[in-house]
Design a protein around this ligand. Sequence first.
Ligand code: BEZ
Ligand code: FE
Length: 295
Amino acid sequence: MRDFDENNITAAVIDRYQNTPDPRLKKIMTSLVQHLHDFVRDVELTEAEWTHAIDYLTRTGKLCTDKRQEFILLSDTLGVSMLVDAINHRFAEGATESTVMGPFYVQNPPEAAFGADIRGEAKGEPLYIDGSILSEDGKPVANAIVDVWHSDAEGFYDVQLPELEEPTLRARFHSDAQGRFRFWTIMPRYYPIPYDGTVGDMLKASARHPYRPAHVHFMIIAGGHETLVTHVFVDGDQYLDSDAVFAVKNSLIRDFTREAPGIAPDGKKIDTPWRKLQTNFVLSKVMAKKSAPAA
Ligand code: BEZ
Ligand code: FE
């Protein structure tokens, strides 16, 4: 067939995927071509805009290294990461909701004991976090891996501060026989996602801000359960309703209570005001894996 025009070219391109052996790939390519062509027709893309888009994607790719993933950040700021998260983590009723991982997780964080202080040299308002890991049936989950990471009081992660020699404000805990974990840290702050690249250009051009509300990240891994990647957000933060990556869920917002100087629950004496977070995580039991639908 020849003489493709703006109306018949889509069917012709889709037809070229007829013999794709993998049915899932066939479905994805067919839908991608359909939606991409519909988009181009919908906005009547100009050649200058097409060139700009190619240049934008090229610059985005060039920014990617083993330390920076501008494409994931683009996916985050377009809401695609949260959409993929929602589709892939339809947990059991009552299980804690998931949210994006973000770029600041570091594999194999330092192991920390029950009740440890993970502040290192970071300065800020002391925060005591006390939680339990439960299964969807309410039973405690012992020996779960509880990875934690968060920003400092100025909104920076340790990996953004080259002067820090040790991992700070990140650790790996293991829940005890009753499913509990405890630790001391400092209050996190809201912060901007990296906006000195192409994602920042897009945000600025669209009059969007780059901020995320203050939160603490958790990744919880336990045998027989779905891995949970989530955050706990600080109630009252000014960016809860405009998170740059659309990751806030009401069920993940917590009251980080203000406490007066005195004796903390672990018997520690504190001379300054401090904050306390009590938070449980409910894990979904392992769910049956979806097999690829037939084409
Ligand atoms: C974060 O919370 O660490 C994060 C998530 C998505 C994009 C940038 C940062
Ligand atoms: Fe974060």
